[in-house]
Ligand binder design. Structure first.
Ligand SMILES: [Zn+2]
Length: 325
């Protein structure tokens, strides 16, 4: 049976459920967290909790309202989509219409819900337009926003929303979710080591989508670092062809390096995309140098926007990474 499934995140689910069952409805909610943690599923889950005909505070998955939300056909649940060619929201086309619509009574008996995914794609003008409705919320409407990071949301909005972070899930929950998607236990284990606790990224990895290449590149950079071969480091980085992959490779490398620091300090390291590589790095590079490479990579990620040419970025990354030896 098709039903709402949110793995882990029990604390948030219980808190929301208690609030909703007691009728304490918050008119605007912000869900934060890295890509792949299930923010949009959580938005849908909250929409269903608010409108479930059983009023228990969480969705029953069986009533008419829950079934309509599961099929994306509920007349009072609107998914707002960015309409610009660049994939950004536009105030006149995307935001103002829903702000006016929020004051119209719902079609069904429950709440009118507006889900705005990727709030980092809302510019200041869009956010200010939303702020007006957050300041004077219409009684029957609820706005649910999701964002990769809180920094992309204006302080004025943050002060008016109920916000929470999605967390990574336990290995056994991730394994269950991955296996329910048709992968065997061995594949689930491999995905878990590449993206611990992030079900969305694990599935992307196993389906051979973009992150699969990013893991491959990050592992070859790590190997080249262990071989202390500057040319191989550059060769590994030069497999990066676009900015998105560059971001993913940097994120994966940062986790490998964090594990290396933990190995070096004798702590039990968390799983990362390449545990063996992390252990080897900890064998020859002092923790202080690994930490400074992490800072350089974070800085490079920030600056990625400034590099018009990806090969310039990869050359800079290679030069900085080579200093680790
Ligand atoms: Zn229901």
């Amino acid at each position: 049976m098709n039903c709402f499934k949110i793995y882990g995140n029990e604390y948030v689910k219980n808190k929301l459920s208690t609030m909703i069952s007691k009728g304490r409805i918050i008119p605007s909610i912000l869900i934060c967290g890295e890509k792949g943690l299930g923010k949009s599923e959580m938005a849908k889950y909250i929409a269903a909790s608010l409108n479930c005909e059983k009023h228990s505070g969480s969705p029953c998955s069986q009533c008419r309202s829950c079934r309509m939300i599961l099929n994306d056909s509920h007349p009072d649940v609107t998914y707002v989509l960015p309409s610009s060619k660049a994939g950004l929201y536009r105030v006149k086309e995307d935001i103002r219409p829903i702000v006016s619509d929020a004051y119209v009574t719902p079609n069904e008996s429950g709440k009118k819900i507006y889900i705005i995914n990727d709030a980092q794609k809302l510019n200041t003008e869009c956010q200010n337009a939303l702020l007006k409705v957050f300041e004077e919320p219409p009684g029957e409407s609820v706005f649910i926003l999701t964002a990769d990071n809180r920094q992309s949301v204006l302080e004025t909005i943050l002060s008016r929303v109920f916000s929470f972070e999605m967390s990574r899930v336990l290995p056994e929950d991730a394994k269950k979710a991955v296996m329910q998607n048709g992968f065997d236990s061995e594949k689930a284990q491999d995905a878990q080591s590449a993206f611990p606790g992030n079900i969305g990224k694990q599935l992307e990895y196993l389906r051979g989508e973009d992150v699969f290449d990013a893991v491959k590149i990050a592992r070859s950079v790590t190997d080249a670092v262990c071989q202390k071969n500057e040319y191989e480091i550059l060769k590994a980085y030069s497999q990066i062809t676009d900015r998105e992959t560059a971001y993913s490779v940097i994120d994966i490398l940062l986790e490998i390096l964090s594990s290396a620091v933990e190995y070096a300090s004798g702590a039990e390291p968390c799983l990362c995309a390449y545990n063996e590589g992390a252990r080897k790095i900890s064998g020859f590079a002092p923790a202080s140098r690994i930490v400074s490479l992490c800072e350089i990579l974070l800085d490079a990620k920030e600056k990625t926007q400034g590099f018009a040419n990806i090969s310039v970025l990869t050359a800079v990354l290679a030069a900085e990474t080579a200093k680790l030896q």
